[in-house]
Design a protein around this ligand. Structure first.
Ligand code: NAD
Ligand code: MG
Length: 384
């Protein structure tokens, strides 16, 4: 019997990676549901390859849909609850993925989670749902997959977090540093879109690529690590590692540090989340050659040049609606940067102003978090 997977965001960078990986393991996995936002052609291609039971296109436009296809945001929820799916691979980008994560966890599924924004915006809600339903979240993000691999045998039992861990002194989360790692601070402020999209080590969707240039992505990941593993913020460090080979490290109580290494490819983290806790034999995942790599280097984050990181981490420490405000403000600022109506320096400026105004909004339940999210988007849209 193969394991059924609902793939949300099938046409994106992670969605395509997941299709490539599963194509090598059709003896173990199959796609039972596929969704995309608006890319009908890419979705049709995936449907032709996988013949899923359920297909959803969130924004179909005006052309009529093929018979049986779902549409609108409800199709994400329907795919997330599909009875034949044991695993929901959430590869949607942005807070738009939160509802599906919650629906899948509520339905008792394993969520293989690429959509880190789910945990940043609604970490406490996802945790409550998991406790009530027996659903679980296994990270796809490479840093969090690395942490999970280093933590083998130490996950479980009582403690905060979706995957409570024992005996950890410190997480060291690595960051490539993005395309502006070596740029003067003033030059970064005026960076152009083409510069920001020119990532040195990873090929990804546009939003996360801009987030990697501003280090907003690393802020989201620090919060994601805190929510997943329950490790306090003062034990989570970020270190710049330009080669993107060491995907993160765990320091244990005796001072020993374990790291997980591999070439920068999302194929392994996707496969690991699908097969966890087993390792699935795969000769297709690109291999790392230490001699060819020759040297791995590490350096401190330049917080003055990348203020978005600290804005995000402090929103996580603050809790409540603050991380939802940070995330929504960032999403809207990135959308404006992509559209050419905000400078690169405008991203942290808009986020900082949104947090000053909105971080204390209530954030106790989903309606409150969605209201904070909407308020932050409106604020940043009007930010000058
Ligand atoms: P992408 O933009 O390439 O793809 C996004 C996918 O989600 C597409 O299939 C799109 O159709 C769908 N989508 C977009 N907006 C939607 C909406 N409002 N409702 C429903 N579906 C929507 O993005 P990506 O780079 O694949 O990233 C996806 C997620 O994975 C993000 O949360 C990102 O942070 C995370 N992630 C990506 C990578 C990577 O290498 N790309 C690595 C780690 C984590
Ligand atoms: Mg990552």
């Amino acid at each position: 019997m193969t394991t059924g997977i609902a793939l949300l965001g099938a046409t994106g960078s992670i969605g395509e990676t997941a299709q490539r990986v599963v194509a090598r393991h059709t003896d173990r996995f199959r796609f039972v549901a596929l969704t995309a936002n608006g890319n009908r052609d890419a979705l049709s291609k995936a449907v032709a390859q996988w013949s899923p039971d359920y297909v959803g296109l969130v924004e179909p436009g005006t052309a009529p849909l093929p018979a049986g296809w779902g549409k609108g945001t409800d199709c994400l929820l329907e795919a997330a609850r599909h009875p034949d799916a044991s695993i929901v691979l959430n590869a949607v980008v942005g807070a738009a993925g939160l509802g599906a994560t919650l629906a899948a966890v509520h339905a008792g599924k394993r969520v293989a989670l690429a959509n880190k924004e789910s945990l940043v915006v609604g970490g406490a809600l996802v945790q409550r749902a998991a406790r009530e339903s027996g659903g679980e979240v296994i990270p796809v993000d490479s840093e969090h997959s690395a942490l999970l691999q280093c933590l083998a045998g130490r996950v479980g039992g009582d403690g905060p977090g979706l995957l409570p861990v024992q005996g950890v002194r410190r997480f060291i989360i690595t960051a490539s540093g993005g395309p502006f790692r070596t740029w003067e601070t003033e030059r970064i402020r005026g960076a152009l879109l083409a510069d920001a999209l020119n990532h040195p080590t990873w090929a990804m969707g546009k939003k996360i690529t801009v987030d990697s240039a501003s280090l907003a992505n690393k802020a989201l990941e620090v919060i994601e690590a805190h929510v997943l593993y329950g490790v306090p913020y003062d034990r989570i460090e970020v270190v710049v590692h330009p080669q993107s080979i060491v995907h993160s490290m765990v320091e244990f109580e005796d001072g020993s540090i374990l790291a997980q290494l591999g070439v920068p490819s999302m194929e392994l983290p996707v496969l690991y989340a699908l097969g966890y806790p087993d390792r699935v034999e795969d000769v297709g995942v690109p291999r790392f050659d230490p001699v060819a790599a020759a040297s791995l280097t590490f350096e401190a984050v330049r917080h003055d040049a990348f203020p978005t990181l600290e804005l995000g981490v402090s929103s996580g420490r603050r809790g409540g609606a603050a991380p939802a405000v940070f995330n929504a403000a960032n999403e809207q600022a990135v959308a404006r940067f992509l559209a050419g109506s905000l400078s690169f320096a405008g991203i942290p400026a808009a986020i900082g102003a949104a947090l000053d105004r909105l971080a204390d909004l209530p954030g106790d339940d989903l309606p409150a978090l969605l209201a904070a999210d909407a308020a932050a988007r409106t604020f940043v849209q009007e930010f000058r």
